[in-house]
Design a protein. Sequence first.
Length: 126
Amino acid sequence: MTSLKGMCIGQNAKALSITLDEFAYGSSSNVESDPDLRGKVPLISWVQAGYWLGMDVSQAEAPKYYAHTTSVGPRAFALRIRGSRMTRYTGGKSIPEGSIVIVDPDIPAENGKVGIAPWTKPPRQH
């Protein structure tokens, strides 16, 4: 390549250990394909989540939607984790504050799986 742009492309391809064709057309094992997106769910508030099953979800408004890569039911939604209640510091399943989780209320609770449950009152202090 004789142009400056061509030289940059050639250098980038060389740095990635791929050919110019692979760099230009993405036909390399170094290039990952896009995730298999299955749909999107609305990001709702924790207050909305408390009423979600009684709402007409087709009419629900959400300012933001999140794409997902798994099959979920039509009433699924996304929540942003608040606080550290789902964070584990000693190993095991952990969902840090600020994480977005996809919730499917049509999947039954299962022992050992992560779930979301309403917390109607704080625990008693001893």
